[in-house]
Design a protein around this ligand. Structure first.
Ligand SMILES: Nc1ncnc2c1ncn2[C@@H]1O[C@H](COP(=O)(O)OP(=O)(O)OP(=O)(O)O)[C@@H](O)[C@H]1O
Ligand SMILES: [Mg+2]
Length: 142
């Protein structure tokens, strides 16, 4: 599935459309360069689940947003390897809710095979190509 976005608001809308398909236990890796819109997309995804304010967890590594399904928003920019993530309790988050990970490419080989990936490609200052991989599910299949 491929989307085109021409501003941050559209990226939030695309996030909302992705959010509708997600269920407890899903792991979504968001891949894209610095400032591409990973956190912005997550704001949209979270809208379907929680009213909590979404912000970048780059210093704390993980934010939790409470709601009908808890969302664990990871930003692993500062994490060196998967072991460091294990040390901060990664295994305790699995299957507790939906996990969204910025910079997921760093731990791709450690993530389950059925993880969903969203790639954000910067075209120019405001244009993005957003590609979703492995989301093999229909709206009613929850
Ligand atoms: N089409 C677009 N989609 C998303 N963000 C956009 C778009 N066009 C411009 N922007 C701007 O790009 C920035 C994206 O910031 P955001 O924090 O979401 O990126 P990020 O990928 O999470 O960054 P980081 O790598 O620091 O975590 C925002 O300032 C946003 O307004
Ligand atoms: Mg971010």
């Amino acid at each position: 599935m491929i989307f085109f976005s021409k501003n941050a608001k559209e990226t939030i809308k695309i996030g909302e459309r992705i959010g509708v398909f997600l269920k407890k236990g899903d792991i979504v890796g968001i891949i894209g360069e610095l400032g591409s819109g990973k956190t912005t997309l997550i704001k949209g995804i979270v809208k379907n689940f929680s009213k909590n304010y979404v912000f970048s967890p780059s210093f704390v590594i993980v934010n939790e947003y409470k709601g009908k399904i808890p969302i664990f928003h990871f930003d692993i920019y500062r994490i060196k390897n998967f072991d460091e993530l294990i040390d901060i309790g990664w295994n305790d988050y699995i299957n507790k809710g939906i996990i969204l990970i910025e910079w997921a490419e760093k731990i791709k080989k450690n993530l389950p095979r059925n993880s969903i990936y969203v790639k954000i490609k910067v075209v120019d200052e405001n244009k993005r190509i957003i590609e979703i991989k492995n989301l093999k599910r229909s709206k009613n299949d929850k």
